[in-house]
Design a protein around this ligand. Structure first.
Ligand code: HEM
Length: 453
């Protein structure tokens, strides 16, 4: 073993005259810190723990070289360790590689070892290091490298890696595979069949999941690829999805992006700057039925691969497009008036007596006031997976939402959308999965450790 960990990025000299701008405004929950190349190098010598702690503390590393736009430079680093897993409240990065895995071993010990190996590799990669200690080119010549190499020279790019456990990890075909059946929370069941679902089993479900988000697609792909490589013989990718262009904001410091229908998406999303609402709607509370409390402080991740019939949508008049969403396309303001962040008024009527926001408008049906106050933390991405050979794009929204309980915060909402959402005429749900997202971990622990205790 080498004493100096392999560092992805090559050392570069930063001019001594580099200005020291103000720390980046709008950083949330101490999660984001701009870390320079030199900062990373110094930290690599000090070890991973120092780096993670430094990044968590914000600007402890490379402070004088911080750029005012860490996202633009790809130098954002988020700590891997913490109370909650990163990649939930973290300001949504621009790229996604999501993968669901089948566990292919029957051994509980091998499963635990896999989670240990994954945790160690994820801790390294999120800090801009290689997946293994030796790196892509310095290991024994006669053995495969412990890192695949395509991220050599790339910055950390704000990589977060979030792990989840599907219902089938606990029980599959009635079988208690790993002695975990009595710890399966009641809320962790396969999502029901919703009206108009057209699910592809090859893009649905899974025993384990990994959500890798980064501002550079190659960094996200490198993360999943190396974790899949590490899993060899213990877990195999069941399906995966690439995403580009976030379709929500999870921080007030982020501008609202647009989905492939051209509308602003994420305006009314839960934001990290609302900790009371996050506690209420995202984190699993202590008193929840989480069978041993192992999920306390964690969450549930709802995954829906939603195809858009883009070609049909693109032939609709602007008036119809705005009607089915319930907001203006330009600004994202509710059709009842005001600006983007104004609350919609669902009672206001036009001169003809019809509500300004239609009865079947998407924003009416999903609004918390129509759903017992339930809110969700959306974190989805656009996707285009080529075309179907008939001139139609295989494109849409890879919907990801974190909720404290899918039975109250997602299932009734989706049931309502499936039955009466004007938007669903232009959508087809082609993939579906639900995962329990264990809480965060401390250094020396592995993800989901409390489940196996
Ligand atoms: C391709 C499918 C979808 C598209 C294009 C879409 C689009 C939008 C748009 C444009 C908004 C308004 C801006 C905003 O507040 O973010 C919105 C809001 C919202 N959507 Fe969707 N959406 C889709 C699927 C879903 C699904 C499946 C759910 C959950 C079952 C959902 C839940 C929500 C919620 C909770 C809001 C915020 C409502 C509020 O608090 O006012 N959406 N969506």
């Amino acid at each position: 073993m080498t004493s100096t960990p392999y560092l992805r990025e090559q050392p570069t000299e930063t001019p001594a005259s580099t200005p020291s701008p103000e720390p980046h405004k709008g950083r949330t929950h101490g999660q984001q810190a701009g870390v320079s190349r030199r900062g990373l190098l110094g930290a690599a010598g000090a070890g991973l723990a120092g780096l993670a702690a430094g990044a968590a503390g914000g600007f402890a590393l490379g402070n004088s070289e911080t750029t005012s736009s860490p996202q633009a430079s790809g130098s954002s680093v988020y700590p891997f360790y913490g109370e909650h897993q990163a990649g939930i409240l973290t300001p949504v990065q621009d790229r996604l590689h999501f993968a669901a895995f089948d566990v292919i071993t029957d051994s509980r010990e091998e499963l635990v070892q896999l989670l240990k190996d994954w945790s160690a590799a994820a801790a390294r990669m999120t800090q801009g290091l290689g997946a293994g200690e030796l790196g892509p080119t310095a290991g024994p010549y006669a053995a495969p490298p412990d890192d695949t190499g395509e991220a050599i020279g790339l910055p950390p790019a704000g990589l977060t890696i979030t792990f989840g456990f599907g219902p089938t990890l606990f029980r599959k075909d009635g079988k208690d595979r790993f002695g975990l059946a009595d710890r399966q929370p009641d809320a962790l069941r396969r999502l029901p069949h919703f009206p108009a679902d057209k699910l592809n089993p090859q893009k649905s479900d899974g025993d384990l999941c990994i959500q890798a988000c980064a501002d550079d697609p190659q960094v996200a792909v490198h993360a999943v690829r190396n974790l899949a490589r590490i899993a060899f013989g213990r877990a195999a990718i069941k399906w995966s999805q690439l995403g580009f262009g976030r379709t929500s904001s999870t921080s007030t410091s982020q501008a609202t992006p647009r989905n492939l229908m051209g509308f602003k998406d994420g305006t009314m999303n839960l934001k990290a700057e609302e900790p009371a609402a996050i506690d209420q709607h995202v984190w699993v509370p202590t008193d929840a039925d989480s069978k041993g409390g192992w999920l306390t402080g964690g969450s549930y991740l709802v995954v829906r691969r939603i195809n858009m019939t883009i070609e049909t949508w693109d032939r609709q008049p602007l008036s119809e497009q705005e009607r089915v969403i319930g907001r203006t396309k330009a600004e994202g303001a509710p059709l009842s008036g005001g600006e983007e962040f104004s609350q919609p008024d669902f009672h206001l009527k036009a001169n003809d007596g019809e509500p300004l926001i239609a009865a079947d408008a998407h924003v009416r049906l999903v609004h918390p006031s129509s759903n017992g106050g339930a809110k969700m933390l959306r974190r989805g991405y656009n996707f285009v997976d080529g075309s179907d050979g008939l001139g139609r794009m295989d494109a849409g929204l890879f919907f990801l939402a974190y909720v404290r309980d899918p039975r109250t915060h997602f299932i009734p909402v989706q049931m309502k959308l499936g039955l009466g959402d004007g938007l669903s005429e232009y959508l087809q749900h082609t993939g579906s999965a639900l995962f329990a997202i264990p809480p965060g971990l401390a250094e020396g622990e592995y993800v989901g450790q409390a489940l196996f205790a």
